[in-house]
Design a protein around this ligand. Sequence first.
Ligand code: ATP
Ligand code: MG
Length: 317
Amino acid sequence: MAAIETFELTKHFESLVAVDRLDLAIDREIFGLLGPNGSGKTTTVKMLTTLLAPTEGDATICGHSVIGDPLAVREQISYVPQDMAVDPKLTGRENVIFFAKVYGVPRPREVADEALAMLDLAPRADDLVRTYSGGMRRRLELAQALVHDPAVLFLDEPTIGLDVAGRKRIWEHITALKDRGMTVFVTTHYMDEADQACDRIGIIDHGRVVATDTPVALKASVCRDIISIRADGSLPDELPGGVAFLGMTDGELRFEADRGDEAGFALSHVLTNAGMTVRSVSVRQPTLDDVFLALVGESDETEAFDDRRFRRMLRRR
Ligand SMILES: Nc1ncnc2c1ncn2[C@@H]1O[C@H](COP(=O)(O)OP(=O)(O)OP(=O)(O)O)[C@@H](O)[C@H]1O
Ligand SMILES: [Mg+2]
């Protein structure tokens, strides 16, 4: 039995389909749900944590249905929302003890101290939370989430607003929790972090999961080498064999090809012959950003180039 399973999990808000027939099985891993703003990540997390009733379908947490047995689900989970409230007028320790008492945990003080130590907060445990940095607050929220020893942890954008070091530290703690056997379901907009930390990634767009796999497999399946070209003029219809146009990002034309170096050379030749002025050419291996752009495209407002051609190509594979 997987820690988290969803069965055509669906949420409608009137005519809007926020989450559309989600089928996932997640167990003892860090699972990252990535998607553009409004794609249904938080709605999914809210259904899995029993805060929102599904319109159709179901999900189980450790075998308990979120619809049929929400109380049993709540015993197994912790949820750290994006805008979690910690009381700034209490100390870190007081905040965590309060949580432990709410959960009816025996020996709340000891449990709180353990959680604070695990998140490296013991030295600041008696300071008021209003003196904490953003990173410390996030770690305090994680400490609170651990007091009842949940099997499954849900984190909605856990590193947003933190500096690079703070983000790295949060991911180290999340990885340590996974190593202790916890299942972690996390949403994030930071592709590089998801690539580093997540065992598997689901990409969601308009409520549909369009891909689920390991970061390595996603990168290998969706993209070949990426060629970025800055050039003026209009793109010719015929490109060199094996080169596919991906779209335009920040004024750069992006293409993919198997052997990027050779293809980049051939491509700049073809573009120049077609009357374009090529200003720069660069070639690199694909990142998760490329996977994301290939599957989801630019956000609707900034879509500069018609990437439907590329999407059709992907579907044909
Ligand atoms: N209570 C609600 N009533 C009506 N529509 C809602 C409600 N909650 C969410 N939505 C809509 O459902 C869609 C999915 O929203 P959701 O918050 O799940 O997106 P998200 O992927 O978490 O986005 P973000 O990355 O911005 O956090 C959006 O179109 C949103 O406007
Ligand atoms: Mg959200």
